[in-house]
Design a protein around this ligand. Structure first.
Ligand code: SF4
Length: 265
């Protein structure tokens, strides 16, 4: 959990289940990126399992790439913990999909929620915070719960792809972020789907019969919270339809941590 000074601390009586692993150096991260760029996703995931075990976890919002990654991890026998951010404002279809995926894959998906209910948030920050301050809303409902979760991890595995948007075009397959200033702890962010195309993802979803969000068939390209996700046509980019009317393209979970090194692939 996050303490008042912003560093990680454990709740009273809470056991430390998995000790942190040895840190990666920036030089190692550079070398891994060069190596991983030509490797298959399941091989990259295999490296993460060997290196971090259950100190690595897959975070997913059930977009196509995350679904394929879950499938590949399961096929390869890599039992990563899996979590999702449940803001309390997700579509019913998304909540139903979580259950369908748990049934399909046969493993649980942990839901991480914010400290404030939607009603409590409205009392403190005003009604429909997303309509007048979506950055604050995303911080409360997504970033802080994620930050709390990352206290227990050394490696956060995402389904980000370079093709998704300009903000994601230069992501590394391995990225190193400063996480906890008090302890000097870093977090490795692994993006094993970085090189996948949208077409490749959806071909794999269909070929393997992986359950997906039916809203995609109704014109939603990228699906997040109900108030901030709209329909969009294919010409508007993969993340079109998110935060319509705002100059906002990321919720903040992929931008709140300071990167420890910049490199191009
Ligand atoms: S996506 Fe919208 S509703 Fe969801 S947390 Fe962000 S601002 Fe709030």
């Amino acid at each position: 959990m996050i303490s008042a000074n912003g560093s990680c601390s454990r709740r009273p009586g809470e056991a430390k289940l998995h000790p942190p692993v040895e840190k990666l150096s920036p030089a190692e991260v550079r070398e891994l990126n060069e190596r991983f760029n030509g490797m298959r996703t399941e091989e990259i995931l295999g490296w993460a399992w060997t290196k971090f075990g259950k100190r690595a976890a897959i975070g997913t919002s059930f977009q196509g790439a995350g679904l394929v990654m879950l499938h590949l991890a399961r096929q390869a026998g890599l039992p990563f913990p899996v979590f999702t951010l449940d803001t309390g404002l997700l579509f019913p279809e998304t909540l139903a999909l979580k259950q369908r995926l748990e049934d399909f894959f046969g493993f649980p998906i942990e839901s991480l929620g914010p400290d404030l209910t939607v009603a409590e948030q409205a009392d403190i920050h005003g009604a429909a915070l997303w309509s007048h301050n979506p950055d604050l809303c995303c911080t409360v409902r997504k970033v802080l719960p994620l930050r709390d979760k990352l206290c227990d991890l050394d490696c956060w595995i995402t389904g980000l792809r370079r093709e998704q948007s300009a903000t994601r075009a230069e992501i590394g397959i391995v990225e190193l972020y400063a996480f906890d200033a008090a302890s000097g702890r870093d977090i490795v962010k692994l993006n094993p789907m970085a090189n996948w195309t949208r077409e490749g993802v959806w071909e794999a979803v269909r070929r393997h019969g992986i359950p997906y969000n039916p809203l995609h068939d109704q014109g939603y390209r990228s699906i997040g919270c109900q108030p901030c996700s709209g329909k969009a046509d294919g010409s508007q980019g993969e993340r079109a339809g998110r935060w319509i009317g705002f100059n906002k393209v990321e919720c903040g979970i992929h931008t709140f941590l300071p990167k420890k090194l910049d490199f191009q692939i």
